[in-house]
Design a protein around this ligand. Sequence first.
Ligand SMILES: NC(=O)c1ccc[n+]([C@@H]2O[C@H](COP(=O)([O-])OP(=O)(O)OC[C@H]3O[C@@H](n4cnc5c(N)ncnc54)[C@H](OP(=O)(O)O)[C@@H]3O)[C@@H](O)[C@H]2O)c1
Length: 252
Amino acid sequence: MRHVWPPGGPDGELDRDALAALYAHPAPTGRPFVRVNFAASADGAVSVDGRSAGLDAPGDRTVFGLLRELADVIVAGSGTVRAEDYRGARTSEAMRARRRGRGQAAVPPVAVVTASPALDPGAALFTDTRVPPLIVTTTAAAPAAARRYGSVADVLDAGDLSPAAVLDALAARGLARVLCEGGPVLFGSFAAAGLVDELCLSVAPSLVGGGPGRILAGPGLPTPLPLRLAAALAHDDGLLLRYTFVRSGDNP
Ligand SMILES: NC(=O)c1ccc[n+]([C@@H]2O[C@H](COP(=O)([O-])OP(=O)(O)OC[C@H]3O[C@@H](n4cnc5c(N)ncnc54)[C@H](OP(=O)(O)O)[C@@H]3O)[C@@H](O)[C@H]2O)c1
């Protein structure tokens, strides 16, 4: 079944177990699995006043938390970490137990992709977290990053910081189920490299108008990028979509 209404029908509650089955990762293939999660307004805006907070769709916090729970690592660009004042993933004891049961670390770390490690070591990312974040940076910047962040973060040397190098550095840590939470520039670089498997998009029941950008930005994008709709959940006035990417060699 490709199109799925919430169990119980369009007016039903979002059932956690049914959602977990819907968003379960495919069997490992030996390469990282990259899932991207975004919220947008009905007219495609990625932010309101520079943040995503105004784009809540009914049900999207449930899916947001579930996607984090299923991931090995939560990846974001430095622009998003600053704009959204990122902190460590919130987990309940039940979530941590489910993760341990799947053979995952109890808490998924946040990994920040940045070539110029200039985040404030006093920011919530470093101080309000159960596990240290990962700073994924270039070979050239790694020594300075290690000095700057000291014991409050783990620094990963990801070569030239190309998307493939970022994924390799994470995979070397056993972090193969990647949840990329944006922003648009980081998503754009992964999409341009052909390294995205899935896009989860919540559509808020609101219009924002011109000004804010869209979920994808940056150079080198072979647009339009075709997508396949894997699932669509309607919950109250919100729409929760799951698309898979059409990779070269896929059947049309
Ligand atoms: N609606 C949503 O779901 C959602 C989700 C996320 C973000 N947002 C919004 O998006 C905005 C921020 O987006 P953004 O596009 O400016 O930031 P971003 O994609 O989070 O960060 C971009 C920055 O990441 C660093 N970077 C390092 N390596 C990179 C690589 N290989 N590819 C791309 N970036 C790399 C660069 O900064 P360095 O100088 O540090 O290297 C780059 O400027 C905010 O307004 C935020 O609220 C919305």
